[in-house]
Design a binder for this molecule. Structure first.
Ligand code: TPP
Length: 329
């Protein structure tokens, strides 16, 4: 039962803009990576934008978000500033994690964005702990936890679902099922490939949704969050999606056919929404151009901000290191 979903023209334009911000930002990141402005790993979210945007538009400002190493899209959709995200990838102190985390460890207290996490499945216990704290402190907030289908093979997935169900915690588990964990297809690693069904064995309510359709994701998230608030129990949402790019910057993609990628690209989230809006007279070409220009201006400003950021001074090397400093006598 959907009670509050308001899908009007302005809202659809907002959703489209959010997805374009992620898409164009990451295309720029790929360029900057090739120029060695961004170092370390870079995992792009291109193709999966509808999941972060659909989910995030339902969450309240008090809710907490936990993500994976493929989290630029989640951070942007949550409201972390593009400049501080890019500065983080540049390793500058103006980055959202002071340049110490890089692409995989974006963090932002102001938006309750509890971060990217390089450890597959590592966000699940963190989210479960945050939800436990919310319950104990009688906060209304819920915790949204994004993870890939590869995390389902980890013990942390099962331990977290078990405790969340046992302790009746307000946590929304969102599985971004893009079919591949690096080069391993889901069918090669799981005996039960329906992830939503796995929640059954823990007594957790669950649903599957088309993760390429932002409106469907938003509607399913609304239903999920209403359930969590009403019953004070966890919920699992499986979003069927696809990453158009390789796993990271070092991936020759020998594990999948070009035809398969093309099939998914044809139903890509940005393309799909643009087509639907055009067909229903909700979007003129001139309006799309305008949106693209706004996004481009934001990206240019983010690049300027990142370029202007300072490196960490050597004197700050031990900042945030909690173990006592060793002295050699
Ligand atoms: C505990 C752990 N094991 C292995 C790895 C290496 N690793 C990095 S990404 C990845 C695949 C994860 O795939 P999935 O969870 O489906 O997320 P996706 O990359 O598809 O978004 C693996 C195995 C890791 N980072 N952490």
């Amino acid at each position: 039962m959907i009670s509050k979903l308001h899908i009007d023209r302005a809202h659809l334009r907002h959703q489209l803009k959010q997805m374009l911000r992620i898409r164009r930002f990451e295309e720029k990141c790929a360029e900057l990576y090739a120029l060695e402005k961004i170092r370390g790993f870079l995992h792009l979210y291109i193709g999966e934008e509808a999941v972060a945007v659909g989910v995030m538009s339902v969450l309240s400002a008090d809710d907490q978000v936990v993500a994976t190493y493929r989290e630029h899209g989640h951070a942007l959709a949550r409201g972390v500033s593009m400049g501080s995200i890019l500065a983080e990838m540049y390793g500058r102190t103006t980055g959202c994690s002071r340049g110490r985390g890089g692409s995989m460890h974006l963090f932002d207290r102001a938006t309750h964005f509890y971060g990217g996490n390089a450890i597959v499945g590592g966000g699940l216990p963190l989210a479960t702990g945050l939800a436990l704290a919310n319950k104990k402190m009688q906060r209304l907030a819920l915790t949204a936890c994004f993870f890939g289908e590869g995390a389902v093979a980890e013990g942390e997935f099962h331990e977290s679902l078990n405790l969340a169900a046992l302790w009746q915690l307000p946590v929304l588990f969102i599985c971004e099922n893009n079919n591949y964990a690096m080069g391993t297809a889901l069918t090669l690693s799981e005996s039960e490939t329906n992830i939503a069904r796995k929640a059954d064995s823990y007594g957790i309510a669950a649903a599957q949704v088309d993760g390429m359709n932002v409106v469907d994701v938003e509607a399913a998230t609304l239903e999920a969050t209403e359930f969590i608030h009403k019953h004070q129990k966890p919920y699992l949402l499986e979003c069927k999606t696809y990453r158009f790019r390789g796993h990271s910057s070092f991936d020759s993609q020998l594990y999948r056919e070009k035809e398969e990628i093309a099939l998914w690209e044809a139903k890509g989230p940005v393309k799909q929404l643009v087509q639907w809006m055009r067909n229903n007279s909700h979007l003129l070409d001139s309006e799309l151009d305008e949106l693209e220009k706004e996004v481009e201006a934001e990206i240019q400003a983010a690049v300027r901000f990142a370029e202007a950021g300072e490196w960490e001074p050597v004197e700050d090397l031990y900042r945030d290191v909690y173990s006592p400093r060793q002295t050699n006598s």
